[in-house]
Design a protein around this ligand. Structure first.
Ligand code: PHE
Length: 456
């Protein structure tokens, strides 16, 4: 039981522990902050359906591939490539994954910091009274451009993350996921029910659930697949690392299935919370406000101030956001830490502290780039980090996984690893087709589009 000194890597205590931890990684700001933003920017319900289809066909395929590679080698991303193709340059693909994790964590930590800030602001009663768009916008901008407060919030997020990771797989990640994830599910259900029962919720639900096919365009598709990668924590070695702690007797197929299902469900329910609340709030016209990085932070305070019981609703909502963000920051930090433990034989605490400090330092420019601080041009740094690492690098990582698994490791070997613990993999042929053809082709098209869009 637990991790021994001779085995600093650790393993999950049970299959359920893995599902909680991996869903904890997946469910985060991606489902709760980025998803509604994407729905708002990409035509409402059509985006919702494109996202669900992408999770099923592409997300699940790559998640299973990453878990399989991780469990076979019992290693971090660098170790995965090195074990299967020793002495080759493939290990650099692993390094790219490590850097991507650190870079994503650096800006993700900022938004998690905003969630923390809004949590205590809501408790302090800042959003009581008549909050209009102008007031809410000013509160957000003042907060986001207050260097001391932002750095303090990022510090708290990174300190909690580093603390949990330093405690190990069972004593840290598993223990906290087991507590935080059920809380998250309960809160989200409660808030979704509260949102649907608001007067005027109907319009929001229709916007969210009735697809308007005229809104369907290539962008919806590209962003839908991109969102599937982002929300499932794919393409950067997280699922390889989490897969490396899964026991040989556990079923990889159903584990991957559960993680995909719970993440989609939470993203879906977040939409059910946000859109009815938005449309039901007097004075907000969803067609008018700017769908920006701060969407949730600018719009939600107005909602809280207008709806009955809004004070409590607000506190619970920002607490939920904070919990969801923390179980993801934990997974982002675990990947580079696992590398130092596996490859450099560092003690876990030392690895966690070092990577934690470096990431905190890297988070500061992102934190200061939003709002009025002229440290770097407004908004740019955080947005560029999201574009390069949160978008392009995830797709590159996904493509690498497909190519490596199919052409270097071979699908046969993967299927054999999958069969340990999961006899009768019903979707076997579909998975093989997807990993060989569908996923790589779709990713290549998306990469062309993204790079073309970024430079044009
Ligand atoms: N999947 C998590 C989320 O949706 C965190 C994450 C984002 C992990 C991007 C990796 C890459 O919030």
């Amino acid at each position: 039981m637990g991790e021994s000194i001779t085995d600093p890597r650790g393993t999950w205590g049970s299959k359920l522990a893995f599902i909680f931890a991996a869903s904890g990684s997946a469910i985060g700001l991606g489902s709760m902050w980025r998803f509604p933003l994407m729905v708002g920017k990409n035509g409402g319900a059509v985006f919702v359906f494109t996202y669900i289809i992408s999770v099923f066909f592409i997300g699940f395929t790559i998640m299973l591939a990453e878990l399989t590679l991780g469990r076979r080698t019992q290693k971090n991303p660098v170790g995965v490539f090195q074990t299967i193709k020793p002495g080759s340059s493939w290990k650099y693909a692993g390094y790219v994954a490590l850097v991507t994790c650190v870079c994503i964590l650096s800006y993700y930590g900022v938004i998690a910091g905003w969630a923390f800030g809004y949590f205590y602001k809501t408790i302090g009663g800042m959003f009581r009274g008549n909050i209009t768009w102008d007031i809410s916008d000013t509160i957000f901008k003042n907060f986001a451009s207050n260097p001391l407060e932002i750095v303090f919030c990022i510090f708290i997020i990174m300190a909690i993350t580093t603390f949990v990771i330093s405690k190990g797989v069972q004593g840290g990640i598993e223990r906290w996921s087991k507590i935080l994830m059920p809380v998250l599910f309960a809160l989200i259900l409660f808030l979704a029910i509260r949102a649907i029962t608001l007067g005027g919720a109907q319009t929001g639900i229709s916007y969210y659930l009735l697809p308007d096919l005229s809104k369907m365009d290539p962008n919806v598709f590209f962003f839908g697949v991109g969102q599937a990668f982002y929300s499932l924590s794919l393409g950067m070695g997280i699922m390889m690392t989490y897969g490396s702690y899964i026991g040989k007797r556990d079923n990889l197929v159903t584990s991957a299935g559960w993680v995909c299902f719970s993440t989609t469900l939470v993203a879906f329910l977040t939409g059910i919370i946000i859109f009815p609340a938005l449309f039901a709030t007097p004075g907000i016209n969803p067609g008018e406000f700017e769908v920006s990085t701060g969407l949730m932070f600018q719009v939600f305070p107005i909602v809280i101030s207008k709806i009955p019981g809004g004070y409590l609703f607000g506190i619970l909502f920002f607490f939920l956001l904070l919990v969801a963000a923390l179980t993801s920051t934990i997974s982002l930090l675990e990947v580079p830490v696992a590398y130092f433990i596996d490859e450099k034989r560092w003690p876990r605490k030392k690895a966690a502290l070092l990577v934690g400090i470096v990431t905190f330092a890297l988070a500061i420019p992102s934190g200061l780039s939003v709002g009025g601080v002229k440290f770097l041009t407004n908004w740019k740094f955080l947005i560029s980090m999201d574009l390069v690492f949160g978008n392009i690098m995830l797709a590159v990582g996904g493509l690498i996984v497909c190519v490596f698994l199919v052409y270097l490791w071979r699908t046969q070997n993967a299927l054999q690893e999958i069969s340990l613990g999961s006899r009768g993999f019903k979707l076997k042929s579909l998975w093989v087709f997807n990993i060989k053809f569908l996923a790589p082709v779709v990713i290549i098209i998306i990469l062309f589009f993204k790079i073309f869009n970024a430079i044009s």
